[in-house]
Ligand binder design. Structure first.
Ligand SMILES: NC(=O)c1ccc[n+]([C@@H]2O[C@H](COP(=O)([O-])OP(=O)(O)OC[C@H]3O[C@@H](n4cnc5c(N)ncnc54)[C@H](O)[C@@H]3O)[C@@H](O)[C@H]2O)c1
Ligand SMILES: O=C(O)C[C@H](O)C(=O)O
Length: 308
């Protein structure tokens, strides 16, 4: 199983580290445009192999896509991150060009590849890859909801004063400060709805804290986060590589599902060897449907800025 990660920056390197530590891939290729950078990150990570007990071979490449040939899965984390005070949508001007070029280069050397898009604004970048590559729709997946759901569960565990492992929950919708739809109605602590423990006001606070999860970290760090993003991407990579049939909210191209068309947005999906194998349509209540519709309008507005 060969995994390529384009962009050896904070998220790309974190993803490579988690993939390696989980020890399911034979090879990870890190590629970056910055001379020597991916090679350096790969060497540093390889020097953790005996410490962390993995056999995955990690190599680096400065923009040489022949090194990525015959990748099964490719992750796109290349592009600029936001700075405090910015929205993800403001990154479109620079990142659209990068994502378009990177995905074309990847496919030239790995025509069967499944692409996971991470660069922001992620839903729009995923749509761009659909519009410009001609890959089948199951082979293009945007990562956002897995991360947002992890943050939701963290915020719920804080409110419930319990370990995060007690909590289950999911965030669908757009991966943006205003577009996320945390499904508080369906979240549980050990099968008991969290609504049994938390007031409506506290749950609203959890939802709002979740939606600005990325912005909160960007303000603290001066750039956007990488540990949880890297871990979330590695979860998607593993689900595909190991044919796990796991359900993650992913940015998927919708053709009527959830009453939406011609956009990529976060919905629950089953991931396995064929990539995004199935979109799961759950029954939303009227308020959730309205939030999803508003979120989709926001994503479409950003898509409108693309030159496709
Ligand atoms: N979808 C998500 O949940 C999520 C989470 C975190 C970050 N992100 C996004 O991921 C992207 C990367 O974030 P980061 O913190 O790793 O940034 P970073 O600056 O640390 O790393 C980005 C890397 O991309 C490289 N790069 C730029 N153009 C390239 C090209 N044409 N080819 C190859 N490499 C190129 C840069 O040299 C840099 O090393 C940002 O757009 C960020 O907003 C998304
Ligand atoms: O917040 C960002 O800009 C990066 C990423 O989308 C995140 O949610 O951490």
């Amino acid at each position: 199983m060969k995994v390529t990660i384009v962009g050896a920056g904070a998220v790309g390197a974190s993803c490579a580290e988690y993939v390696a530590i989980k020890n399911f891939a034979s090879e990870v290729v890190l590629l970056d445009i910055k001379e020597g950078y991916a090679e350096g990150k790969a060497m540093d990570l390889m020097q953790t192999a005996t410490l962390n007990g993995f056999d995955t071979k990690i190599t680096g490449s400065t923009n040489d896509y022949s090194k990525t040939a015959n990748s099964d899965i490719a992750v796109i984390t290349s592009g600029i991150p936001r700075k405090p005070g910015m929205t993800r949508e403001e990154l479109i001007g620079i990142n659209a060009g990068i994502v378009k070029e990177v995905s074309a280069n990847l496919i030239k050397h790995s025509p069967e590849v499944t692409i996971i898009v991470v660069s922001n604004p992620m839903d729009t970048m995923t749509y761009l890859v659909h519009k410009t590559t001609g890959l089948p729709k199951n082979k293009i997946i945007g990562m956002g909801g897995a991360l947002d759901s992890a943050r939701f569960k963290y915020r719920l565990s804080e409110a419930l004063e319990c370990p995060p492992s007690d909590v289950d929950g999911m965030v669908i919708g757009g991966h943006s400060d205003t577009g996320m739809v945390p499904l508080t109605r369906l979240a549980t602590r050990n099968s008991v709805p969290v609504t049994a423990f938390l007031s409506e006001d506290r749950l609203n606070q959890v939802a709002e804290d979740t939606k600005v999860g990325g912005a909160t970290l960007t303000k603290l760090l001066g750039t956007s986060a990488w540990y949880a993003p890297g871990a979330a991407v590695s979860g998607l990579v593993q689900a595909i590589a190991c044919d796990q049939k796991k359900m993650f909210p992913c940015s998927a191209l919708l053709e009527g599902e959830y009453g939406l068309n011609d956009l990529c947005i976060g919905v629950p999906a089953i991931l396995g060897k064929d990539g995004l194998e199935k979109i799961v349509e759950i029954q939303l209540d009227d308020a959730e449907k309205a939030k999803m519709k508003e979120s989709a309008e926001g994503v479409k507005k950003t898509n409108g800025l693309l030159d496709v």
